[in-house]
Design a binder for this molecule. Sequence first.
Ligand SMILES: Nc1ncnc2c1ncn2[C@@H]1O[C@H](COP(=O)(O)OP(=O)(O)OP(=O)(O)O)[C@@H](O)[C@H]1O
Ligand SMILES: [Mg+2]
Length: 374
Amino acid sequence: MALRGNPFHYGTPVTGAQFAGRTEELRALASRMRDGINVVVASPRRYGKTSLITKAAAELERHGAAVVQVNVLRCRDLPTFAAQLLTHAYHAKHGAWHRFKHGVPEFVRRFRITPGIGFDASGMPRFTFAPTMTAADADAVIADVYALLAELSAKGPAVLVLDEFQAVTDLGEHLPGLLKALADEHPTVSLVVAGSKKHLMERLVTTRDAPLFGMAEHLALDVLPTEVMTSFLVRRSRAGGKELPRPVADLLVALAGPVPNDVQHLAYEVFDVAGPTVTAGDVGLGLRRAVEHEAGLHADRFEALSPGQRRVVAELAVAPTEQPLSAVFVRAVRLANSSSVRKALDVLQTDGLVVVRDGGYRVADPFFAAWLRG
Ligand SMILES: Nc1ncnc2c1ncn2[C@@H]1O[C@H](COP(=O)(O)OP(=O)(O)OP(=O)(O)O)[C@@H](O)[C@H]1O
Ligand SMILES: [Mg+2]
């Protein structure tokens, strides 16, 4: 075990030295936030949306921006969403209510709907609304928070970030329309929405008849370039006290990449098993450890599939293909015809288990793929 601890991190957003690259994306996002331009950040899961947005927001805040950032998926209902907006607005820069003794009443007076007030362990106020709150009252809170940000935008950039935006209609079918209207009314506020479910994001933002179509600039986040990821691994490993030769780092990225979360996940396991110098053998062992640690999850995923889907995913784990509808593939997975394969692939792709990458159909998660190969 390394005395300095493991320098890699996966599963939750990264900051500081655990954040690699993205210079251009950061610049593009931060400048739009600063200039009141609305942005939609979209990518498959675990590419680094939240990390990127949080870093851009933190940089702007250091320069005096007011940022309200809410994770829509964490809000179980509309009143919780309204309360989260209010709590984050209270702590936004520029408002500075949190610095004053009578900040809370001063702040609350600005809103048409009065929230319940609680305090967390560190004495910070948290606002709440009863689950019985009407949609009209919740909408008033959302509109008032937006108006507050618009007011703050006179002193510096003002940004509203809604992460996991694909879940917004679970809180209220009307919310996309309301947000569109508020964004039109307050053009100095930058609305940043981020999400991962491609079809839902399309329905909300990117297709022609979507409620938010045409009002936001589209930032499609790709994976990090291999070279950036490799250099990052070498650097972080050294900072953790272990030498990672570049060819071994290349092997690690080739096995786990290109999704940043998967690369960091494998790097974490590899670092854990390695001695002072990381070897190719450690990479193999690390991969086996990563697969074993989540074997139950992989088995559950597999069991949830139909027999035909199982054969398709297992075949793709062994041999990714550009032509899954070919006679050869149909025979290999023992399905009746290519339309049965198409149906299985549709389900597997919607569930995010299979992706098309570099022109070929392959299993998205390298650890699940390794588990399937046995
Ligand atoms: N810039 C980066 N440098 C290094 N690793 C990164 C970077 N961005 C993301 N990662 C890796 O990906 C993981 C997930 O990052 P993050 O939570 O930001 O992604 P996300 O796209 O918001 O995911 P989700 O769609 O699940 O919300 C991190 O724990 C980290 O391992
Ligand atoms: Mg995220």
